[in-house]
Design a binder for this molecule. Sequence first.
Ligand code: MN
Length: 196
Amino acid sequence: MKDITPTNGQFAMMQLPYERLGDTISQNTLSFHHGKHLKAYVDNLNKALPGSAFEGKSLQEIVRSSDGGIFNNAGQVLNHTMYFEQFSNSPRQMSDSFADQIKRDFGTFENLQKEMNQKGATLFGSGWVWLSIDSNKKLVITQNANADNPVRHGLIPLLTFDVWEHAYYLDYQNRRADYLADLWQHIDWPTVESRL
Ligand code: MN
């Protein structure tokens, strides 16, 4: 994925490419999730950067090497940017070569879905489930708590599902597994593949 860089030391809010996502994510959820939660992470990060060791660094570099409040906010800015950008109301299919890679590493696409849904549903508390590529070019699925991101663990993140309650509670209440199952129909695969 291309490095996200600040302008005059400040990160901009990413523009949401849709107002709702089919029948899966309502405009109400997005108005809070993007307009309030992400905005708070961006604002808090921008407040903390001036005068810190991370001023002027790319978002990915900050997420890799910071800790404490700067890390929590930078991680959430990167995670949410990737999450919101990977969906579309007119999603495009994956390439044959990516489909082949999934077959090689998981046997079938359904196995990949099953593992990602299961790891998302069983992550205790708040966090993210990720599909990444490791240093041996193999696809792997990980559970990452709170603001964590696979770039901190030597992986290249490709696809992510937010399992913090704020991502689904207004639409699905406690039914996290149903929210996860419904997300798949909205993935814009060329966006995911562009992160390789
Ligand atoms: Mn979130």
